[in-house]
Write a protein that binds this ligand. Structure first.
Ligand code: PMP
Length: 350
């Protein structure tokens, strides 16, 4: 090892899903929304004046915070925004998980949690999901330095009821609890309402899935003003101008069209429910997903084999070679047309 290497921070990075290029491929591997953002977003983009870019963006992200405040009926001082929910969660890890007691998150969950915990040197423990991949809330009734879990969980898609979520928070009022609601709009009830009751609760959401704006990188968090103010202290100590001007303007625009949002969600939910039927007929089993993906394993064929065969045929799904889940495929919900291509190929292949 060269001497300067001894001081380097070494981490095993998070591996994002592939972004393959090409016209004809069916991309069901990163839980993107198959429909475009609300029409008003395109209009606002077309009208955008590049002269705006000469100046730094508003570090307080006021237009976006105001739009979120209006859309979610939450006071502005209870909202934080960042460059995708990955950025919001990373800042939250840095801000709130600063204890020698372990951070708790499920063993099968968003694989980035472990990476941030390692990066920020946060001790952690990962209570195991039960046999059916459900979170056992009792596992979180013990001393900890913080808690984070997605609801619905990823990659399982399983939703916890709001009362179960509340049980976990109620038992843990001495540490910060983060509920990662990246997929909540696809069928769950948000815990945002609980942030009025529990000042240690932070609810994180994203524009990447239900609002079709993964490429703009917009995430947000809701919580007590003291939590939000601590997040801002860390943000301003790291990078004041996280959100660029187009993201601020277009994110705010996306929130104006509630009708389009609902219609798009409805289409994805219908496609998901139909996918459960079709995949079931093809010999797959899966937890009952309330997200925009299905976490499926086949009764006879190995997930890795199916993944490779799909890939060779330009159909991309996500495969995780990880303990407990290496015989599952995470299949994002695409358009009906894309899903038909998937069923068609699987029918022949299987
Ligand atoms: N949380 C969960 C559970 C996710 O699956 C994702 C998507 N990879 C994220 C957070 C981050 O999404 P984004 O940064 O695009 O908001």
């Amino acid at each position: 090892m060269r001497p300067w290497e001894a001081n380097i921070r070494r981490v095993a990075p998070y591996v994002p899903g592939e972004q393959p290029k090409g016209e004809k491929l069916v991309k069901l591997n990163t839980n993107e929304n198959p429909y475009p953002p609300a029409p008003g977003v395109q209009q606002a983009l077309d009208q955008m004046d590049c002269d705006l870019f000469r100046k730094y963006p508003d570090p307080a992200a006021t237009v976006l915070i105001k739009a979120l405040s209006k859309a979610y009926q939450v006071d502005e001082d209870r909202i934080f925004v960042g460059v995708g929910s990955d950025d919001v969660i990373a800042v939250a890890f840095m801000t709130f998980f600063n204890s020698s007691k372990p951070l708790l998150f499920p063993d099968v969950s968003y694989s980035f949690y472990k990476v941030w915990a390692d990066l920020f040197r946060i001790p952690y423990e990962t209570p195991a999901l039960d046999e059916e991949f459900r979170i056992r809330k009792e596992d979180y009734y013990r001393e900890n330095g913080g808690i984070i879990f997605p609801n619905p969980n990823a990659p399982t898609g399983l939703l916890m009821s709001l009362s179960q979520v509340e049980d976990i928070i109620a038992h843990n009022q001495e540490s910060v609890v983060i509920v990662d609601e990246a997929y909540i709009d696809f069928g769950g009830e948000s815990a945002i309402s609980l942030t009025e009751k529990y000042e240690n609760l932070l609810v994180v959401q994203t524009f990447s899935k239900s609002r079709s704006m993964a490429g703009m990188r917009i995430g947000c968090a809701f919580g007590h003003p003291d939590l939000i103010s601590r997040l801002n202290d860390v943000k301003y100590s790291f990078n004041s101008y996280t959100m660029n001007i187009p993201s601020l303007i277009l994110g705010a625009k996306a929130l104006e069209d509630g009708r389009y949002f609902k219609e798009t969600l409805e289409k994805i939910i219908n496609t998901r429910e139909y996918a459960k039927k079709r995949l079931g007929e093809l010999g797959f089993s899966f937890p009952d997903s309330m997200a925009n993906f299905i976490f499926a394993s086949h009764k006879d064929r190995k997930a890795e084999e199916i993944y490779k065969a799909l890939r060779e045929n330009n159909i991309f799904v996500r495969y995780f070679k990880l303990p407990r889940i290496d015989n599952h495929l995470r299949i994002s919900i695409g358009t009906d047309e894309e899903m038909e291509k998937l069923y068609g190929f699987l029918k022949e292949y299987l």
